[in-house]
Design a protein around this ligand. Structure first.
Ligand code: ZN
Length: 322
């Protein structure tokens, strides 16, 4: 599924991104255990990189050492000016969708180590030039028995060109440390399950391999919105559907029934002779549109309920009717 081998093939690209995600899980013991126990859902608790929305080039620079170098074999290794994106999740009730809401999101991201300002070296000890690549940061390798040749990041210094002889104690030489981040995210009214709020500049700083001091723009945080299923209402775009149990007599004779809407009671005039499954539209009692704020409709579906037991009087009257 290498993008260079499958140019313009979106299916190959998405497979490639899945592979990148799988690699990240398998190479992280903690994530791997969680995946084994809880499957894909288990990973949501530890936000990882959002590969599906990342550029292929960024994935390459991230896994430089295993996928074989920037851009997949190009001469020049791509130096991302921007940090990586992160993903996290918030959960909302359907009621909260009406007004929108604010959520505190907590996530962990890699930030520049304050002790070594990202160099990975113990303060006062200068990193030395990498002997493997002579400080170039890249080496030439051949693959598949010499079938192709490519320039990849130096495996010894991981592309930095320098080697830390005495690593910083706080980041163990990585130049980055995981930092808890707390953020208030505004979720707009009318949002739907699966939609993503992009919080610009709340991702990671550019990676240490290219920008040790973390200079350059951060990636973004993608907040995936989950709207929990409601026990009574079903959502169809901005419209809400609700089934209302109704007695035969009310349907046959006509009645005014009160229905609990998503934000307060509404009344529906049932005409005489209403049928099971009949729908009544109540304007502007649905959910707001994400852009215009205009509310959709509440659609009441009449549902015939047959009594399970009858009093003697009721039975007599019903027999007479029958
Ligand atoms: Zn450090």
């Amino acid at each position: 599924y290498h993008p260079d081998r499958n140019p313009g093939d979106e299916d190959a690209e998405s497979r490639f991104k899945e592979a990148a995600e799988a690699y990240e899980v398998l190479s992280d013991d903690e994530k791997r255990v969680r995946y084994d126990r809880h499957g894909h859902a288990g990973l949501r608790q530890t936000p990882g990189h959002d590969f599906s929305r990342m550029h292929v080039e960024d994935i390459f620079s991230m896994f430089n050492d295993i996928f074989g170098g920037g851009g997949g074999g190009g001469r020049q290794r791509r130096r991302p000016a921007r940090g990586y994106d992160l993903e996290t999740e918030v959960e909302l009730t359907l009621e909260e969708v009406i007004e929108g809401c604010s959520r505190d999101v907590e996530f962990k991201r890699l930030d520049v180590c304050q002790t070594c300002t990202g160099s990975g070296a113990r303060p006062g000890v200068e990193p030395i030039r990498c002997p493997t690549c002579q400080g170039q940061g890249q080496v030439q390798q051949s693959g598949l028995g010499g079938m192709f040749r490519m320039v990849t990041a130096c495996p010894n210094c991981r592309g930095r060109g320098t080697i830390v002889t005495e690593p910083c104690a706080d980041c163990r030489g990585n130049g980055r440390v995981p930092v808890e981040r707390n953020l208030e995210v505004r979720v707009p009214a009318g949002i739907a399950d699966g939609q993503v709020i992009r919080v610009q500049g709340e991702g990671e700083p550019p990676p240490p391999e290219t920008n040790p001091d973390g200079s350059g723009p951060r990636g973004d945080l993608h907040v995936v919105v989950r709207v929990t299923a409601h026990e009574r209402f079903e959502r169809e775009g901005d419209h809400l559907l609700v089934a209302v149990p109704t007695a035969f007599a009310q349907m046959a004779l006509g009645a005014t029934i009160e229905v609990e809407g998503i934000d307060g009671p509404v009344t529906v005039e049932l005409p005489a002779g209403s049928q099971h499954g009949a729908m009544f539209r109540i304007r502007d009692k649905g959910l707001p549109d994400l852009r215009s704020g205009r509310r959709g409709d509440l659609i009441v579906i009449v549902q015939l309920v047959v009594p399970r037991s009858l009093t003697d009087d009721q039975r007599e009257l019903l027999q007479e009717y029958a």
